[in-house]
Design a protein around this ligand. Structure first.
Ligand SMILES: [Zn+2]
Length: 365
């Protein structure tokens, strides 16, 4: 057992409480809620982690005093049997280590792994009706003899104070509440040994609750002061983080190049749009002119085509009139050749014109 001086060296607000048959150190935790209901039993734990074994449970007490951890226990039992109380259950506060969030709970009221006392109080947070005892040690450890003696005393005290029997129904392990995530907390054998230890101790007379209302208020205010001190540290860290973020954003912002005046650019783009609109209008009017020319040329083409056909017909008709004139063969054929030549010339001229016109018309379209 550690002495008050040893304990005070580690936690200067620790207080030694002597109830005559039961002694413990009071080191309050801010992690607690008001509204505890009458205790119906005890839930046993193993803190886990090598640190606790070496430092005999101090790490657990530090953890429960830290408002950021969000956990606490009614009692912590060090490796040498020293008992620490961190939550004043006798004044109606409950600690945060046996809890069940029933909305996300994977077990049902009939699951065989769940303790009967949990099933009988189904839907009620076990923190509110079970005293929690965190015992320093690694997962899988057997409780030390000194620890078993202290656990027996705590169970005896709570049983006398709250009026529950000591048996397998009332004294359970954390693994019977959360079999999935706390399968070895603290192991069935440790629960059995704890019940055995409590039953070996002579029953004690329940202490008369002597609550000095002023002292209770002082304790409450002290724990609030501690809570706000921790909170201030967290807020300071948050502030630092935000300041760093702001600084980094400012740096990023200073690297972004934004044109001083966008109105010049807007005017340039508007002028470009106007120029393109004007160009478009010009092309439209040129297109209209071309379409008009195409129409004119098409009608000329029709005229040339209508002249071409009669020119061919004329050569046939002249040949018909020349042959009956009984001219000497030489003259007749020379005359005929002349007519054919003249007709051919006209035909070639008209054909060339037609071809040219077709090309122009095609170009326009
Ligand atoms: Zn546990």
């Amino acid at each position: 057992m550690q002495t008050l001086e040893q304990i005070k060296n580690k936690w200067n607000n620790a207080e030694f409480v002597d109830e005559g048959t039961f002694q413990y150190y009071w080191i309050p935790s801010p992690n607690k809620s008001a509204g505890a209901i009458k205790s119906k039993g005890v839930c046993l734990h193993l803190t886990g982690g090598n640190i606790d074994r070496n430092l005999e449970g101090q790490a657990a007490v530090n953890w429960f005093r830290n408002s950021n951890s969000g956990v606490s226990a009614d009692y912590v039992v060090f490796f040498d049997g020293t008992i620490i109380c961190t939550v004043d259950r006798d004044n109606g506060f409950w600690s945060w280590s046996n809890g069940v969030d029933f909305s996300n709970y994977k077990y049902t009221r009939s699951s065989p792994q769940i303790a009967q006392i949990i099933k009988d109080n189904w839907g009620t947070n076990p923190n509110t009706y079970l005293v929690s005892i965190e015992v320093a040690g690694n997962s899988g450890d057997r409780y030390s003899d000194a620890q078993l003696e202290s656990i027996g005393k705590i169970i005896r005290r709570e049983s006398a104070y709250h009026g529950f029997a000591i048996n397998e129904y009332t004294i359970i392990g954390h693994y019977q509440i959360s079999p999935d995530i706390r399968a070895n907390c603290p192991g069935a054998e440790n629960v059995r040994l704890s019940i055995e230890s409590a039953n070996k101790i002579t029953p004690v007379t329940p202490p008369t609750p002597q609550v000095n209302p002023l002292q209770a208020e002082v304790d409450r205010l002290n724990s609030e002061v501690m809570y706000f001190k921790d909170r201030a540290v967290t807020l300071e860290q948050d502030k630092q983080r935000l300041q760093n973020t702001i600084l980094s954003l400012k740096t990023q912002l200073s690297n972004v190049v934004i044109p001083a005046d966008l109105s010049g650019e807007v005017a340039r783009l508007n002028a470009e749009i106007a120029r393109l609109n004007e160009e478009n209008a010009n092309y439209k009017s040129q297109l209209n002119t071309c379409l008009g020319e195409k129409k004119t040329l098409a009608s000329k083409l029709q005229t040339v085509s209508s002249h071409l056909l009669p020119a061919t017909a004329v050569s046939v008709i002249l040949a018909y009139f020349i042959s009956p004139l009984n001219l000497p063969v030489e003259v007749s054929s020379a005359l005929q050749g002349l007519v054919v030549y003249a007709i051919n010339m006209v035909t070639v001229y008209l054909t060339n014109n037609k071809t040219k016109l077709i090309e122009v018309v095609n170009d326009v379209s």
